[in-house]
Design a protein around this ligand. Structure first.
Ligand SMILES: Cc1cc2nc3c(=O)[nH]c(=O)nc-3n(C[C@H](O)[C@H](O)[C@H](O)COP(=O)(O)OP(=O)(O)OC[C@H]3O[C@@H](n4cnc5c(N)ncnc54)[C@H](O)[C@@H]3O)c2cc1C
Length: 512
């Protein structure tokens, strides 16, 4: 019975996505791209440069998607790396990606991405997108994160603002200035297929008009399924309620369209695990910035469960909190609070809150949340009092605090071997607790693709005319997000967009 129901559901999905409904408007182009974010706009620029007619569909009123939030892109052997003596070879980066995933990633796809990455920095430079500096993704990783500099189209309001937004502005302007069309508030709704080939896309504009766009090649770039609760539940089984950060309208549209046209899927369970935190708080919020300092985190029983300094490579802290069921509490005392306000934080939050930032806005943020009594923050004069508020056995929390205080006194963490510089006592009242929950920056699984960005069917054969890029494509990761590789996801979005566009042009018979 269940099988019949799932076949029926699949058929309904196929009809919804495969059959071109009677349209109010018919358009014709060489390449249609569904999604005007990082990967879709990069594909658009590349396709226009190659001489194609291009239409880009965008669901939102504004282009950019998650690309409006990121800061830098990956490259190995770029000119700027070579100029300043950063020795990260393509082979080294490639091995790092594959070893990190235990070779669960798609080796050919990862190789194509790494090999293209340095030339992409030149390509960005020629478009006017400059690099401010090259940094690491997570501590201990190689210098591959090419952070985008503010520029004339995007002067920094705050120098630490969303750097990739600058790149998005340049892509957007390029597409519009070179004859491409970007249809805002016009989501792609399905694929048009003929004899097993994808020959176009159906869409709906904001007035409700249905549009059929015939195209020689279609590129799916809708940015994954972070906001689709049903898909999260179905695929991200270990923690489907993981809180999405920077995701709007990511309903898995592209992946579902491609699946309805016969595409296979890969890596759907993996998300871009982020620093634990709370829903509805800006990544630069100072209350969260203090809570994720690597000092003393406990599970709901009151026991320490991890080396807190794993936050330096936040997929690790994302994995650790998921393992304990998804809820932890960061507990700190008044000395630690004072230290972060007066001297500044030890652990930076990427470009959002830099190392040494004095958390002068902590009090305002913490007290506001405390007054709301939502169970996110707590304050007490004793550890026992805090334990009671948190629903913990006071004896257990007290024992954990005592072990922490001993570790801080002897400068050795007998439990998890944390670096001694992050060992701080929890001894001076009042005591504070902030709840931590798993968060993510997007889904990482999607349509199974070849190294050329072709969407593959469940047998591994290319579906003619269909390409998938960025976070709509799977295969770049194993079971965990890899932060060692700085700029990996945005870099993959730009490079996969370019690679797919080159091949979409060949498929369309367009050669420069
Ligand atoms: C806060 C934050 C910081 C980050 N920092 C970094 C970083 O420094 N380095 C890094 O490598 N990565 C970073 N990332 C991740 C990186 O930004 C993303 O992996 C990348 O931008 C994804 O690109 P994409 O093209 O797949 O999706 P997006 O850029 O999100 O584009 C998808 C687009 O498709 C649109 N869309 C959705 N459905 C439809 C539809 N049916 N029809 C038409 N359009 C549709 C969306 O509205 C969106 O505009 C960060 C992410 C966040 C949230």
């Amino acid at each position: 019975m269940r099988k019949i129901r799932s076949i029926a559901t699949a058929l309904i999905a196929m009809l919804a996505f495969a059959a071109p409904a009677l349209a109010d408007k018919e358009l014709d182009t060489d390449v249609v791209i569904v999604g005007a974010g990082t990967s879709g706009l990069a594909a658009g620029v590349e396709a226009l440069q190659g001489g194609a007619k291009v239409i880009v569909l965008e669901k939102q009123a504004k282009v950019g998607g998650t690309g409006n939030f990121c800061e830098g892109v990956f490259a190995a052997e770029s000119k700027i790396q070579k100029r300043i003596g950063i020795d990260v070879s393509k082979d080294f980066a490639y091995k790092l990606i594959m070893d990190y995933s235990h070779w669960k990633a798609n080796g050919a796809l990862a190789k194509a991405f790494v090999d293209k990455s340095a030339e992409t920095i030149d390509w960005l430079d020629a478009l006017g997108v400059k690099i401010e500096y090259v940094g690491v993704g997570g501590f201990g990783g190689p210098l591959t994160w090419h952070v985008i500099a503010p520029g004339p189209d995007y002067p920094a309001k705050n120098p630490r603002d969303f750097h990739c937004e600058r790149m998005i502005n340049v892509f957007n302007k390029y597409v519009l200035d070179h004859g491409g069309k970007i249809l805002l508030e016009t989501p792609g709704t399905g694929l048009i297929t003929e004899n097993g080939k994808v020959v176009g896309v159906t869409a709906k504009d904001k007035s409700g008009e249905k549009i059929n766009i015939k195209a020689k090649s279609v590129i799916i770039a809708t940015g994954g399924f972070a906001n689709n609760k049903e898909m999260m539940k179905k695929y991200v089984k270990d923690y489907p309620d993981v809180i999405p950060v920077g995701q709007i309208g990511k309903d898995g549209d592209g992946i579902r369209m491609a699946e309805a046209a016969g595409a296979g899927l890969e890596g759907m369970a993996t998300v871009q695990a982020y620093r634990p935190g709370l829903a509805g708080f800006h990544p630069a919020d100072q209350m969260i910035a203090l809570a994720v300092q690597p000092y003393f985190w406990v599970d709901p029983r009151g026991e320490r469960y991890t080396d807190e300094s794993n936050i330096q490579l936040w997929p690790y802290s994302g994995n650790a909190i998921t393992r304990i069921g998804g809820t932890a509490y960061s507990i700190y005392d008044d000395e630690t609070r004072k230290m972060t306000v007066e001297k500044g934080i030890e652990m930076p939050l990427g470009e959002w809150v830099l190392q040494g930032t004095k958390l002068v806005k902590w009090e305002e943020s913490f007290n506001k949340e405390l007054a709301k009594k939502r169970g996110n923050v707590y304050k007490a004069d004793t550890i026992e009092g805090l334990a009671k508020q948190l629903g913990m056995d006071p004896k257990i929390l007290k024992a954990s605090v005592e072990k922490m205080n001993t570790a801080a006194a002897v400068r050795e963490d007998a439990l998890f071997g944390k670096k001694s510089k992050f060992l701080r006592p929890v001894a001076t009242a009042p005591f504070y607790a902030t709840k931590l929950l798993p968060r993510h920056l997007g889904t990482l699984g999607g349509v199974k693709v070849s190294a050329k960005g072709e969407a593959l069917n469940t047998h591994g054969d290319p579906i003619p005319g269909l390409y998938a890029v960025g976070t709509d494509s799977g295969g770049m990761y194993g079971d965990s997000y890899d932060l060692l590789l700085g700029g990996g996801t945005a870099g993959y979005a730009v490079n996969s967009g370019r690679i797919a566009a080159e091949n979409a042009l060949k498929n369309a018979g367009i050669t420069k």
